[in-house]
Design a protein around this ligand. Structure first.
Ligand SMILES: CC(C)(COP(=O)(O)OP(=O)(O)OC[C@H]1O[C@@H](n2cnc3c(N)ncnc32)[C@H](O)[C@@H]1OP(=O)(O)O)[C@@H](O)C(=O)NCCC(=O)NCCS
Length: 321
């Protein structure tokens, strides 16, 4: 006898986005009071003007619930319509249990499939790929995907090259079925030969980064992935309204924008200037900011790409909710 499969939806789409930015803003000048650095170096090397640092009460779960709740409200769904919750994070301090089930519970979602996903700064795009495929194959009907980080928990303030870059925050998306595909295929991969370019080594509590190796990798290897993501969705650069790569470093964002030939017509996310590098949270944070400011609008076609520790990468094209 053959095993029966579920019938999924013809496509998946984003129904709502939400974000949470920690209360405390930390400027470059403030950092220069506690470490050997200065505003000019930080702005020219990484393009960051300020970042948010989470307070003690702004835990991973609290921030994930805040962002997820806003995305849920924006989607118009009630929690009991959700049957999958995926939390992407690279800064979980306790491996057991994962925080997905707790986040889902706090959002009032009854008994969803739920898990954490760690693909470094690529986590949000990996999770969107997984959730969209789950909807298309019938494993889920509606999903919440959250990217949440407290990178300040794992940053060594004595390591000025990482301490000025990494920050905290959360972003979330709600996904559901659609007759026409509104989320393109995920293009994902990894370059494990550079597995330790960004790492918290076993027994250590802080992150180290081979900054120049990561910079070289991001600016040379990932343009092809962006082109592949557009090809997979059957669109070209001329169709892209919003380009929102992971907000790792403004110079990487500018390099990718130039290599892809995006001109005035395409809005480019530069949320890193205000938010710093928030890893798995950076893309939904950036998209939410663009929608709130009116630079992007509902229905726009966005190209996103997450990349980071692993080294991992994942990108796709989707329509903004
Ligand atoms: C991290 C990064 C900004 C460092 O820039 P860099 O040009 O490679 O810097 P280096 O580490 O070679 O250091 C250059 C000099 O700046 C100094 N420096 C490093 N951090 C500094 C800081 N925050 N403020 C002032 N000076 C700093 C170094 O000590 C060094 O000084 P020296 O020449 O006197 O020895 C850069 O490598 C980078 O952006 N990499 C990509 C990182 C990234 O995007 N990671 C996220 C991936 S998810």
């Amino acid at each position: 006898m053959t095993i029966k499969l579920r019938e999924g939806a013809p496509g998946a789409r984003l129904l709502g986005l939400g974000a949470y930015r920690p209360r405390r803003r930390v400027t470059n000048d403030e950092l220069s009071q506690v470490m050997e650095t200065n505003d000019e170096w930080i702005r020219t090397r990484v393009g960051i003007a300020e970042r948010r640092w989470a307070a003690e009460d702004e835990t991973l779960v609290e921030m994930a619930v805040a962002a997820g709740g806003k995305a849920l409200a924006a989607s118009g769904l009630s929690p009991d319509q959700v049957d999958l919750v995926v939390v992407a994070s690279a800064s979980l301090r306790a491996p057991i249990p994962g925080i997905g089930p707790q986040v889902a519970h706090r959002l009032g979602v009854p008994r969803p499939g739920s898990f954490d996903l760690n693909a470094g700064c690529a986590g949000f795009c990996y999770a969107i790929g997984v959730a969209a495929d789950a909807i298309r194959t019938g494993s889920a009907r509606h999903a919440i995907v959250v990217g949440v980080e407290r990178l300040t928990d794992v940053t060594d303030l004595n390591d000025r090259a990482t301490a000025v870059i990494f920050a905290d925050g959360a972003g979330a998306a709600v996904l559901g079925p659609s007759d026409e595909p509104e989320i393109g295929p995920v293009v994902w991969g990894s370059d494990g030969d550079q597995y330790n370019a960004i790492e918290i080594a076993a027994g250590s509590s802080t992150m180290t980064m081979a900054g120049q190796a990561v910079y070289r990798w991001a600016t040379t290897k990932l343009t092809d992935t962006l082109v592949e993501a557009m090809d997979a969705a059957g669109v070209g650069p001329q169709d892209i309204d919003v380009f929102a790569p992971h907000q790792a470093n403004l110079r990487i964002v500018e390099s990718m924008t130039k290599r892809l030939g995006f001109g005035e017509r395409t809005v480019v996310a530069r949320d890193i200037v205000q938010a710093g590098n928030t890893s798995a949270a950076s893309i939904p944070l950036a998209l939410t900011a663009l929608l709130e400011s009116g630079e992007a609008k509902s229905g726009d076609l966005a190209l996103v790409l997450g990349f980071g520790a692993g080294l991992t990468f994942a990108g796709q094209v989707f329509r903004l909710p």
